[in-house]
Design a binder for this molecule. Structure first.
Ligand code: MN
Length: 157
């Protein structure tokens, strides 16, 4: 592996500013405009070209923002590193702070929201082969709401 081999991913990527890494660009959170969300950004820290069979992303939800209420066959491993947030995992909410560990199993309804004045930033690990997120139908939204008043008040769609 020579240093000028452009196909070799970098072995070191410094953090130039807090939660901003050199050469890691901010991406649209969703490619699909029909998915509702508010104030979420996404960055790919380690892409599938690293050969581990996973993609490691960093997402930030701005204060007051929320990610898409969705589910899909692949699981998420979520490690908050900035701010605080509430996370819906299927039928209950967890409050997550930096360095907590949150597992979102495949086909669990999930949504993340920032709580407090700081952006809620988290590492999110997914398998390289990820299926397309599915949004809830109106009937499924009612089922999610039926999980309890806290969940009913939490969800945005
Ligand atoms: Mn998801």
């Amino acid at each position: 592996m020579s240093e000028d081999d452009e196909t070799t991913p970098p072995t070191f990527i410094p953090q130039d500013e807090p939660f901003r890494w050199r050469g890691v660009t901010e991406l649209r959170y969703k490619q699909d405009d029909s998915s509702p969300f508010s104030d979420v950004t996404r960055r790919v820290l380690f892409d599938v070209d690293r050969g581990l069979g996973i993609r490691v992303r960093y997402s930030e939800v701005a204060p007051g923002g929320w990610s898409t209420l969705e589910h899909h066959g692949h699981a998420h491993e979520v490690i908050p590193i900035r701010g605080e947030g509430d996370i819906l995992v299927q039928d209950h909410l967890v409050h997550a702070r930096p360095h907590d560990l949150v597992y979102i199993p495949g086909w669990s309804w999930h949504q993340l929201r920032a709580t407090g004045d700081e952006p809620f930033g988290f590492i999110c690990i997914v398998t390289a082969e990820s299926d397309r997120p599915v949004l809830p139908t109106p009937e499924q939204i009612e089922e999610i709401r039926a999980s309890g008043p806290e969940v009913a008040a939490f969800i945005r769609h």
